[in-house]
Design a protein around this ligand. Structure first.
Ligand SMILES: Nc1ncnc2c1ncn2[C@@H]1O[C@H](COP(=O)(O)OP(=O)(O)OP(=O)(O)O)[C@@H](O)[C@H]1O
Ligand SMILES: [Mg+2]
Length: 237
């Protein structure tokens, strides 16, 4: 179920002035692939995700997506319900607001939070809250996961674990993933295509499909791909 964005335009009205954010954005999100979106702060990455999640209207252009496609969002900040514990926050996103307790437990384990099912968001660290947010998005059983810098608050090791988990979500569950990240190494390790957003458009799209996964981030091959990606990004600076 590919998603096609064609000539997408979006402006915001700020202090009586129209400020364009997306200015003719074209992008294909191929089924079952990981697309990483990079770009400077304020270039419109979150806006793009919010439009795809149905949280923000767009002004002009077209989004061609299969009917009934399910989008799961992992927000830039975790946005959990503070009055619900971890288990209830996750279960709330299940179909009809319910989920089997075993399935909830499975998701808690997957994001490395065994033993914290009864904890409330205020009792968790920022990185733990981000992981609950990922489990909650998975509870929704989405066709696409839209992730806005989901691992920014994680330490090196937990981040590496979560990246492996994402690859498993892609491989075993065949979900497509749109991942906003500021970390080029993360994009290199995970993505099938890396897209650079600039001036409201896709300035570059680098195809990494030829590099097989799982990828070794410190191999000679990795260095060559990183060079290729940097060259690709440099062209538009
Ligand atoms: N609701 C809104 N009202 C007005 N302007 C907005 C709104 N949301 C976003 N913007 C503006 O749109 C632009 C893009 O914002 P967006 O949050 O998409 O950036 P971003 O690429 O996600 O940045 P960051 O990397 O800092 O998260 C910014 O100039 C921002 O001020
Ligand atoms: Mg953002």
């Amino acid at each position: 179920m590919a998603i096609e964005l064609r000539d997408l335009h979006k402006s915001f009205l700020v202090s009586g002035r129209t400020r364009p954010v997306l200015r003719g954005l074209n992008l294909t999100l191929r089924e079952g692939e990981i697309t990483a979106v990079v770009g400077r702060s304020g270039c419109g990455k979150t806006t793009l995700l919010r439009i795809l999640a149905g949280l923000e209207p767009w002004d002009a252009g077209e989004i061609a997506a299969p009917a009934g496609v399910r989008m799961g969002m992992v927000f830039q900040e975790a946005r959990l319900m503070p009055w619900l514990n971890v288990r209830a926050n996750i279960a709330f996103s299940g179909r009809n607001g319910r989920m089997a307790p075993e399935r909830v437990q499975e998701l808690i384990t997957r994001v490395g939070l065994s033993g914290y099912g009864g904890a409330y968001p205020a009792q968790l660290s920022g990185g733990m809250r981000q992981r609950v947010s990922l489990a909650r998005a998975l509870a929704y059983e989405p066709d696409w996961l839209l992730m806005d810098e989901p691992f920014s608050a994680l330490d090196y090791f937990t981040r590496a674990d979560m990246q492996k988990e994402l690859l498993e979500i892609q491989r075993a569950e065949r979900r497509g993933i749109l991942l906003v990240t500021h970390n080029l190494d993360e994009a290199l390790f995970l993505a099938d295509q890396v897209v650079l957003l600039q001036d409201g458009r896709v300035a570059q799209a680098c195809d990494l499909r030829m590099w097989q996964k799982p990828r070794d981030p410190v191999s000679r091959e990795a260095a060559a791909w990183k060079r290729k990606l940097l060259d690709c990004m440099e062209e538009t600076r």
